[in-house]
Design a protein around this ligand. Structure first.
Ligand code: C5P
Length: 235
């Protein structure tokens, strides 16, 4: 189901190209999306950061997760800002005006986001926020439902997969510099738990769009994945 805003309709007429990159936790979507967006000079939507930022905002306000009305009201006025910093790979993220980049990227925040992401009315409230990223000259959007729900008419769709073990290794590497990185078996269990919840939820489950190019990245380097994605968008 897709609720198109006026902006969406205008962007469709303007023919703004969108590349959707979906896939499970730790598959490397974020890195691939960043590199491809940089090469193409396109905008970037990290939709996971929106769910994570929302989870932090709800948690800090003490909104309990079964207060659906309270969650939807917060989603509608969510104050989330992304800032790119020269020489820094990851964007800085501000939640309610407070810099929260480190907290945003922890496994604990990912777990909170995944618990909230099952709520249909909340997903609907966050939909327009994501669609507003569709701006000229183009957009790379990474997440779970970019190709199926948020940008169903995108001309370029990719779904990345990799074994859970490989993804846990990649996640561990990413978290290496944080204080509570955890160990591989802990991360593998968390990755599997989130996969299970994200894939089996009723609304916008993690699944490849019918017209997505599926790339198994288990034995590929990031440069090899980027090359395959670029081959799709550069034609
Ligand atoms: O991609 P990332 O790991 O940052 O996402 C955190 C959680 O947010 C996911 O496990 C998923 O439950 C949720 N999410 C989602 N739909 C998206 C992006 C993220 O449900 N488009």
């Amino acid at each position: 189901m897709c609720f198109y805003s006026l902006t969406c309709a205008q962007n469709k007429l303007a023919n703004i190209p969108v590349l959707t990159l979906d896939g499970p936790s730790g598959v490397g979507k974020g890195s691939v999306a960043r590199i491809v967006a940089g090469k193409m000079g396109w905008h970037l939507l990290d939709s996971g950061a929106i769910y994570r930022g929302f989870a932090l905002a709800a948690h800090s306000r003490g909104i309990v997760f079964d207060d659906e009305q309270g969650l939807v009201a917060l989603a509608k006025k969510l104050d989330l800002k992304f800032e790119s910093v020269e020489g820094q790979e990851l964007l800085n993220v501000y939640v309610d005006g407070v810099e929260a980049s480190k907290e945003l990227r922890t496994e604990q925040t990912a777990e909170l986001a995944s618990q909230l992401a099952v709520i249909a009315s909340l997903r609907e409230a966050l939909l327009k926020k994501q669609q507003q990223f569709e701006q000229a000259p183009g957009l790379v959007a990474d997440g779970r439902d970019m190709g199926t729900v948020v940008f169903p008419d995108a001309p370029y769709k990719v779904y990345l997969t990799a074994s859970a073990e490989e993804r846990a290794q990649r996640r561990l590497k990413q978290l290496q510099n944080s204080a509570n990185a955890g160990n591989i078996s802990q991360i593998l269990a968390e990755v599997k738990k989130r996969d299970e919840r994200d894939s089996n939820r009723k609304h916008s489950p993690l699944t490849p769009a019918k017209d997505a190019l599926i790339i198994d990245t288990t034995c590929l380097t990031i440069n090899e994945v980027v090359a395959r994605v670029m081959a799709l968008v550069e034609v």
